[in-house]
Design a protein around this ligand. Structure first.
Ligand SMILES: N[C@@H](CCC[C@H](N)C(=O)O)C(=O)O
Length: 282
């Protein structure tokens, strides 16, 4: 599947005790036909009141706490199977809600953002995480500097720029910043250009996956960072390379993410080795 071009593999492990291994994720990603950004593994529920437990893996085999575009793909898969539109899921980051609307767009309640330095987490104490000391490029003329940082269950840094986000070599800076010592659990790195208070352009280098067409949690982090630095309103269209996402920071502190999800093809996969066969086209 894909969520605005964010390549997602949804693996159904309900009724089994199997887990997708990091080795399987790496093997699946090594094949050009199944290159992906995240795997969303659907497991049986562990907690009453939730439909399923969802485990998330990046293409480098690491496990992620949250994935907004992937959650929309999970909602669409289960909605097509079960004919209902509302779901409550559990992830390692907590309980999430997802709903498919009549127009096919899917909204996921991604929970509440966290801003304290130790919640993101950072390796250094910052009283104010709206602009932290971090820069890349020459010391007296940094290319990117002073990002706002936040956790949407996973760590994000939003670098604000005034000019075109495509004029920055994110493929070069992304890996350096993702692995910067400031981030003990690494981080997702985004460049944001605010066009108006309700419209932002965003590119993201994803932790464990690299450059992506879309990153839902990065869009959520950029919106809350934009709102708390008075750059944006609490609801905005976030244009990512794959298209538009709508993000809203509600009065109850929850952040909702709305966008499409698209089925591509189906197959079978061994969650231990990653060996797969294709069975059905879209
Ligand atoms: N594509 C995702 C984010 C996936 C997880 C991220 N790479 C991480 O390791 O935190 C999204 O749509 O949110």
């Amino acid at each position: 599947m894909n969520g605005l071009g964010n390549q997602i593999i949804v693996i159904d492990l309900r009724g089994t005790s199997a887990r997708v291994t990091p080795e399987a994720a790496i093997a699946i990603n090594a094949r050009p036909e199944t290159r992906f950004d995240q795997i969303m593994a659907i497991h049986d529920s562990r907690t009453p009141g939730t439909a399923n437990y969802i485990e998330i893996l990046n293409s480098d085999g690491s496990r992620a706490q949250a994935c907004g575009n992937g959650m929309r793909c999970v909602v669409q898969t289960l909605s097509a199977e079960q004919g209902r539109q509302r779901f409550t899921f559990e992830t390692v980051a907590g309980i999430l809600f997802g709903e498919e609307a009549a127009d096919g767009l899917i909204t996921v309640d991604m929970g509440t953002p966290k801003f304290a330095w130790y919640e993101i987490p950072l390796n250094e104490e910052f009283a104010d995480t709206r602009a932290v000391e971090l820069q890349i490029g020459p010391i007296d003329a940094p290319v990117l500097h002073s990002p706002s940082v936040a956790s949407m269950g996973n760590p994000h840094a939003t670098f604000w720029v005034k000019d075109d986000v495509w004029s920055y070599a994110l493929d070069r800076f992304g890996p350096l910043l993702e692995n910067h010592p400031l981030f003990p659990e690494r981080a997702n790195i985004s460049i944001a250009q605010v066009l108006t208070p309700t419209h932002m352009i965003l590119r993201t280098w994803e932790r464990g996956a690299g450059l992506t067409e879309a990153c839902g949690t990065a869009a959520c982090a950029a919106l809350v960072n934009g709102a708390r630095t008075r750059r944006t309103a609490r609801k905005a269209t976030i244009t990512v390379p794959g298209g538009d996402l709508i993000v809203e920071w509600l009065d109850n502190d929850h952040v909702t993410l709305t966008g499409p999800a698209q089925f591509e093809w189906r197959g079978s996969v061994d969650p231990t080795t990653g060996a797969w066969t294709r069975s059905e086209a879209a």
